[in-house]
Structures are given as structure tokens and as C-alpha cells.
Design a protein around this ligand. Structure first.
Ligand code: BGC
Length: 506
């Protein structure tokens, strides 16, 4: 146990139990990350292509024809993207389950789907089996990504909420790195290395499975479902102190308002719900249009495009994976100190510079079948690392954090479900379209992403309020009603925030 911390009238300690809960729940991130990272490497493995995508393999053999287009195949992209489509659809069911039955059982269901999906993908014999396995994994992602960030935000003490929530993203990046390393090793095992790559996803799935049994339900979810005394004892347990009255009152008020809402999706359409909804959805659109997943899914393919051999390209994706993990730590440190807005804006500048520079190098030096000379290819890897670095301390984690902390409780699960499904929709679009876009737009694809980065910078500048250190159930009073643009939307807000506590946390 640590010393007691006091913020406003909320007291808390960091207890061993709560740390265990955070880590286990964040394994949901591990699973998601593994799924993101594994597909690119697997689709670059010849054995995998020969078994399921012989046409792509043939084209790859004739690769000298055109570097930008050798992987352009709708089925191959469907292998990657089907997961996100399934996640998109299932996140709505997950939101219902999350509010009716709680965060804990939702995480349990996620892990069960993850386990089935990873075993089936390792054993797949036909293309439909491999796609079905991706769909099962996708349902897992839909349930996991809905419940885990909410779970983390709700059990975190207010002053650490940002950092705790970013555990989810940290585990995503560890999952991606783990997948990159596995791919690097498995690509040398013929002809079944890809089975190992896909099957090892059952490891994080098993962690999450165990985690979902061990974790407790969040106090907010218990109170929301009329289990007040359990909610109170859970709050004492996770805060490690006896005096949790102020915080409990806060949760109860938010829950009262939540209970009055019969149809959360309808309430979500009210004017006063628009500010967090627009922000939650736009954060996802922007997160995906940074172009991050063009790199995460297809880094090995991309590095082959600029002329690396199989091995070197897989190794380069291990390097970007490492950069991704370590830069996320910066965010954990900075988010509750520096604040959300500064991190996002700084990253826009760095991402813009790297995307335009990559585009310019490829435009000038990579003509059709040629590859870059060694120095330039190395420079592209450095630029990709700079890009990944800035994404990892900003749009990556904050894309999940901001929507999980800005909706009032009465629309938190439904609002967050919209954010998750938008993320999945745009991830799906990028996964399905990137290889074809690269084939048609060539180097200009990087300028396309750079233009989006300008748009998102302006969005943050004018429309995104700072939410650092604002209690999760005081967002309406402290944030939305104070913002020059969004306050105009708040006239029909009839929820009950604890205005007494609202002023206390600076
Ligand atoms: C995004 C993923 C992305 C990952 C990269 C996550 O926040 O949602 O789409 O692949 O970050 O680390």
C-alpha cells in the first residue's frame, strides 16, 4: 500500500489489489495489440500466401512489375479488416451488456471469443476458416475495447485516471511488439510458422480470461445496477481507505441520473450529448487518419515496398514496435501533468513533418519497380519511428482516454460504444483500402494523411477542451458548460452532477 492521497474531498491509496486489476484488465489491450501487429507479418510470409492467397504470391514473384501494387488484393485485405468489421458490430451488443450486466462479465465474454478465435486461426485449413477466426477475434475486440477502458477509468483515482487508462494503450503497444517479434521468429519456420504466429494469440487471451475472473466490478457499475452496499464496499477496497463518502456520493448522484434514462441511445441524440459525442467520434476518425495503421498493419509490406528483403522488413517493424512501446510511457508520465491538448498538438506537428518527408522521399526516389538505396531506406525507417513516437504519446492513448472520460454516466456506455465502433469502422476502412490506395495513389498517400493531420490540429486547437484533473462525473459543469463553443449545446442538459464537488479539483 502507498500513502493516502487526497484530491478535493476524495481520498485514496494505490492498493496492490487495484494494481492487479489494472494490469489484468489492460491485458485486453495486449490482445487487441497482438491482433493488430500479427496480420502484417503473416501476410508477408510466403507460406501463408501460398496456402490461402496463391494469386498474391504469384504477383509477389513478379514484384519487379510494380512495387506499390504487389499486395493489392481485396481478399488479403479482408483477412486483416474482417476483424474490425466484427468489432464494429459487436461493440453495440457489448455496450448493452456492459450497462445491464457490468464491466466484468463483458471482459469475460471478450476473452472467451479471443480464445476461440486464436485457436481456430492457428488450425485453419481453408480461407473461410481464417476469416471466421478473424471475425471471432473481432467480436472479442468489440467487447474488450468497450469494457476495458471504461473499467480502467472508473476504478482509477481521479488524479491518476489518465495514466491508468493509458495502461490500455501501453498494453496495445506491447501486444503489437510481441506480435512483431513472434513474426520475426516464426517467418523462419517453414511451412507452418504462420500458424505459430496466429496461435500464440491464445496466450494474451488466456491472461485476459484469468484476469476477467479475478477482477472486481466497478463501484459505478454496481451502483448503476442497484447494488449500492456492494458498490460502497468495493470502493473502500479499491481506494484502500475507509472514508470514501464524498466519492461515493458523487457516484450515486451520477447513477441516479443514469437510472432515469430509459433509452441511452436516444439520450445520446440530445443536443447536450453532442459535445462529448462529436469529440468521441472525431477522435477516432482522426486517430485512424493519422495513417498509423497503414504502418502497424502493413509495416513489413511497406518496408518491402521501399526495397528491404523479408527479414530486414520484419526487423524494421520490430524497431517501430519498440519505439511505440517506449513512447507510450511518455504519455503515461505526461498526460495528467502536461495535459491532453498539448500532447495532441505537439504530435500533430511531428506527425505532419514525418508523413510529408516520407511522401517526398518516395515520390522522388521510388519509381515503380526501383527500390531505395540503403541510406534513404534507413531514413524512411527513422521517419516512420518519429511518426510512431509522436502518435504513441498522443493520438494513440488519448483516442481511448478522452471518450472514456467525457460522457456523463447516463450515456457513458452508449457514448463510448459509438466511439469504439467509429474507431473500428475507420480502422476497417484503412485496413481494407490501404494497399489499394497505395497502389493507386503511390507516394501521395502520405500527403493524404498529412492533410488530415492539419485538420486534426485545428480541431484540437478550437474544439477540444482540456480534461486533465477534472473528475469524471463533473465534466458537464467543469468542461462543457464552460467551453466557448460547446456551452451553447448544454441548454437541455438535465443530468445531476455533484456541483458541490465540482469546484474542488483544480
Ligand atoms: C489504435 C490502433 C493502433 C494502435 C497503435 C491504438 O490506439 O486504436 O488502431 O494500431 O494504437 O499503437
Amino acid at each position: 500500500m502507498t500513502k493516502i492521497e487526497k484530491v478535493g474531498s476524495f481520498e485514496s491509496k494505490i492498493t496492490v489489489y487495484v494494481v492487479v486489476c489494472w494490469v489484468l484488465a489492460a491485458c485486453g489491450g495486449l490482445m487487441f495489440g497482438y491482433d493488430i501487429g500479427i496480420s502484417g507479418g503473416v501476410t508477408a510470409m510466403d507460406d501463408f500466401l501460398i496456402k490461402f492467397f496463391p494469386a498474391v504470391y504469384q504477383r509477389k514473384l513478379r514484384a519487379k512489375e510494380d512495387n506499390y501494387c504487389k499486395y493489392d488484393n481485396q481478399y488479403l485485405q479482408l483477412f486483416t479488416s474482417s476483424l474490425y468489421l466484427a468489432a464494429l458490430i459487436s461493440s453495440f451488443a457489448a455496450s448493452k451488456m456492459c450497462s445491464k450486466l457490468g464491466r466484468k462479465p463483458t471482459i469475460f465474454v471478450a476473452s472467451a471469443f479471443f480464445l476461440c478465435g486464436s485457436l481456430l486461426s492457428a488450425a485453419a485449413q481453408r480461407i473461410w476458416m481464417i476469416i471466421l477466426a478473424r471475425v471471432l477475434l473481432g467480436v472479442g475486440v468489440g467487447f474488450g475495447n468497450e469494457a476495458v477502458p471504461l473499467f480502467l477509468s472508473e476504478i482509477a483515482p481521479v488524479q491518476h485516471r489518465g495514466a491508468v487508462n493509458i495502461l490500455f494503450q501501453l498494453f496495445i503497444t506491447i501486444g503489437i511488439l510481441f506480435a512483431n517479434l513472434v513474426n520475426y521468429g516464426a517467418s523462419k519456420i517453414h511451412p507452418w510458422g504462420w500458424r505459430l504466429s496466429l496461435g500464440l494469440a491464445s496466450l494474451p487471451a488466456a491472461f485476459l480470461f484469468v484476469g476477467s475472473v479475478v477482477i472486481i466490478e466497478t463501484p459505478a457499475s454496481l451502483v448503476e445496477r442497484n447494488q449500492e452496499s456492494q458498490g460502497l464496499s468495493t470502493l473502500k477496497k479499491i481506494r484502500g481507505v475507509e472514508d470514501v463518502d464524498a466519492e461515493f456520493e458523487h457516484i450515486k448522484m451520477a447513477c441516479e441520473a443514469a437510472r432515469e434514462v430509459k433509452d441511452p441511445f436516444k439520450t445520446l441524440m440530445k443536443r447536450s450529448s453532442m459535445p462529448p459525442l462529436i469529440i468521441g467520434v472525431m477522435m477516432q476518425v482522426f486517430q485512424q487518419f493519422t495513417g498509423i495503421n497503414a504502418i502497424m498493419f502493413y509495416a513489413p509490406v511497406l518496408f518491402q515496398t521501399v526495397g528491404f528483403k523479408n527479414d530486414a522488413s520484419l526487423l524494421s517493424s520490430v524497431i517501430t514496435g519498440l519505439v511505440n512501446v517506449f513512447s507510450t510511457l511518455v504519455s503515461i508520465y505526461g498526460v495528467d501533468r502536461v495535459g491532453r491538448r498539448k500532447l495532441l498538438l505537439q504530435a500533430c506537428v511531428q506527425m505532419f513533418i514525418s508523413q510529408t518527408a516520407i511522401g517526398a522521399i518516395l515520390l522522388v526516389h521510388l519509381k515503380g519497380s526501383n527500390s531505395l538505396d540503403e541510406g534513404l531506406a534507413g531514413l524512411v525507417v527513422v521517419l516512420v519511428c518519429l511518426f510512431v513516437m509522436s502518435f504513441a504519446w498522443s493520438w494513440g492513448p488519448l483516442g481511448w482516454l478522452i471518450p472514456s472520460e467525457t460522457f456523463p454516466l447516463e450515456i457513458r456506455t452508449s457514448g463510448f460504444a459509438c466511439a469504439v465502433s467509429s474507431n473500428m469502422l475507420f480502422t476497417f476502412i484503412i485496413a481494407q483500402a490501404f494497399l489499394s490506395m497505395m497502389c493507386h495513389m503511390r507516394a501521395f498517400i502520405f500527403f493524404f494523411f498529412a492533410a488530415w493531420i492539419v485538420a486534426m490540429g485545428l480541431f484540437v486547437l478550437f474544439l477540444l477542451p482540456e480534461t486533465k484533473n477534472v473528475p469524471i462525473d463533473a465534466m458537464v459543469e467543469r468542461v462543457w458548460k464552460q467551453h466557448p463553443v460547446w456551452k451553447r449545446f448544454m441548454d437541455d442538459y438535465d443530468g445531476k452532477e455533484d456541483v458541490k464537488n465540482v469546484g474542488m479539483i483544480i
